[in-house]
Design a protein around this ligand. Sequence first.
Ligand SMILES: [Mn+2]
Length: 389
Amino acid sequence: MRFLHTSDWHVGKTLKGHSRLDEQEQVLREIVGVARSHEVDAVLVAGDLYDTAAPSADAQKLVNRTLMGLARGGTPVIAIAGNHDHAATLEAYRGMAEAAGVTLIGRVRTATDGGIVEFSARSTGEPVTLAVLPFLSQRYAVRAAELIANTPAEHTGAYDQQLRDILASLTAGFRDDAVNLVMAHLTVLNGKMGGGERTAQSIFEYAVPASIFPVESHYVALGHLHRRQRMEAPCPVHYCGAPLAVDFGEQENESVVCLVEATPGSPATVTDIPLTSGRRLRTVRGTVAELSVLAASVGPDSLGDDYLRVYVKEPARAGLREEVTALLPNALEVRIDPEFAAPTTVSRPAAADGVERSPAELFGEYLGTRGVEDPRVEELFRRLHDKVL
Ligand SMILES: [Mn+2]
């Protein structure tokens, strides 16, 4: 069978206040075109369809139209909630989406209640078993493990153990004669971030080893990290990445959708189909004089309509920003190159080991400076922080 794997559309995401809905529309139309031209048997959307829990009507219209476009002609489309999506809203539209051939999974479900999606591949008749795991917050993971995997609350381990238990329960129904697939929205250890992810829900306590996926999986379709990458694992575990760079940190990512061929007898083969829609994000550096040369350049060096982050290699002065944006109207971010920035009197404490610390760790340090030693306070902070996000 042949299917498409995409994720992290982040429809509604703006860049420094600029709507990108038209670019999002172009790239999603491109994905629908890829699905049609390759006559895929299914489309897997691995979460973060939207950028916020309360997307605009225009954003919803675009996502609905895309899902229906993918499903047209009877192609099964299965989409799970990411950490940016409003899981309960996806669940609320589940029945209506089903009528359009779209399976929405907002919350973690048991195998018998939608946690496993089964269908036959149209092109080959092969049975397909797909285990679906939407984003699961730490706050809800204990309860979910209890519900899905019957793990008594007092016996649940850490987050990765809870996910392992849930996946084991969902994939228990994998069959030798079927194409066995997993789709999840989560962070795998050693995954490379694209740059635009919410740090707090991507690293530290939220990272799980790739070994939590059963080796019988023919393919594991992941969402959450925005960079296209294959993870080190005994079975094929892939992030397809975001189809449109959502922030300047992601400008080096190549945008693709994954076209996957799988059969019950062999591991999947994956072909990256490049996506070309949308404006590129680019970082440029130089003095005002150098930037004006850049602005005037034509041919392959032309900046085109790329969105720009500009580092000015001159000391700050009044009117500098206006000068730069007059030269480069697509500059969404203008900064003084650190080399020319005025020295600050207060330096931000850097982590000794060079590793970025989680909010919980920073709060723990703060408590230390106040002489507070109470694990309940740290736990409460973690829960509240999780809830706020
Ligand atoms: Mn995400």
